[in-house]
Design a protein around this ligand. Structure first.
Ligand SMILES: [Zn+2]
Length: 183
């Protein structure tokens, strides 16, 4: 189902809404502004008194009233981590399916490595096994890219399989220049 990108009033991405959630936000009067080409009109029930059918035109990005938070901690999951690395093993460079990839700790946890974005990469099972409990230097397996913590624009893109053109344009304006995600 199509998702609506939710922003705070400052324009920062704050989640994905279902169509129903977006309609409720309009009904509550919480939508401060919308961005992007109108989506196909959504029709509601017929009003008994007027005989008119209610309808609503949604935009793909909406900013909701409410508090603005400065901090954003991108939730970590294998799905978003593998998407960050373009489903590529960062040791051998080959692309794999989700099932064939593993979460590799660059500095192994047994050596004090953290379970954070900056210390995690996608790795195929073979490379993960070969690297074992060693650092890339010790294993002679240099990383093909530096693992990073996605900002809120990048994370909202990674968290969603289907993104509309207007949403992609909005989010990608704040992507790091060296990421090649816009395909
Ligand atoms: Zn590999």
């Amino acid at each position: 189902m199509q998702g609506i990108l939710k922003l705070d009033v400052a324009g920062r991405p704050r989640g994905w809404l279902s169509l129903q959630e977006a309609i409720s936000a309009y009904a509550r009067g919480d939508v401060v502004y919308g961005i992007g080409d109108a989506l196909p009109t959504v029709y509601g029930g017929t009003q008994r008194l007027t005989g008119l059918r209610s309808s609503l035109t949604l935009q793909p990005i909406i900013a909701l009233d409410g508090r603005v938070f400065d901090n954003f901690t991108p939730p970590l999951s294998n799905r978003t981590l593998f998407r960050r690395d373009d489903h590529r093993c960062l040791y051998c460079g080959n692309q794999f399916s989700k099932q064939e990839l593993t979460r590799d700790h660059v500095i192994p946890t047994s050596r004090g490595g953290s379970n954070e974005w900056e210390n995690l990469v996608a790795a195929c099972k073979r490379c993960n096994w070969q690297k074992d409990c060693r650092t890339p230097e010790e294993a002679g397996m240099p990383l093909l890219a530096v693992p990073f913590r996605p900002n809120e624009y990048e994370w909202h893109f990674l968290a969603r399989e289907r993104v509309l053109a207007d949403q992609m344009e909005y989010l990608s304006s704040q992507f790091r220049a060296d990421r090649q995600w816009a395909h």
